[in-house]
Design a protein around this ligand. Sequence first.
Ligand code: AMP
Length: 185
Amino acid sequence: MRLLIMGPPGAGKGTQAEMICSEFGITHISTGDLFRLNLAQGTALGQEAKKYMDAGEYVPDSVTNGMVRARLNDADAKAGFLLDGYPRTVAQVAELDGMLGATPLDRVLELTADTEEVVKRLIVRANEQGRSDDTTEVIRRRLELYAEQTAPLTALYKSRGLLVQVDGLGSIAEVTARISDALKS
Ligand code: AMP
């Protein structure tokens, strides 16, 4: 199974992605996590990405696309995966289409959430995890970019008949149950 999870920052994508991956036995591929891993390991890619992440901007495609292509070629992605955080732009959709070739995505899951609620969640997360891209100003910029560049992707995937929308508000267990039902139907 090849899935994509979408939703604004703070909608709970990362948490739900872990649940979906363990339920369906597929690999979680999060571009944000890959950038943070590179940063922790001190790679050149991580240093480059940090400049953009700290400002809430998108990392350039010249860095991002190659990283995703390499990750999709890893052995653990062969049996299925859940992409989380990629694609984020129409241009990245085209790149991904090229990478997937004759075996495209099976479903695109959109977690919907109210802006006020996601801002609240992100501020709590900033305090808990100390992420340098969770300051109020950067949070605002990330939500703005999502609305401008990433939200339009849902219409694109809807037109392909792939979109499944799930309400992201509620307890983790409630949202997981909704997603599970939606993916099995
Ligand atoms: P996330 O953990 O998904 O919220 O991603 C954290 C940050 O990583 C984003 O704010 C971007 O700076 C960067 N990032 C993650 N995925 C992408 C992507 N597909 N394209 C560009 N930048 C990305």
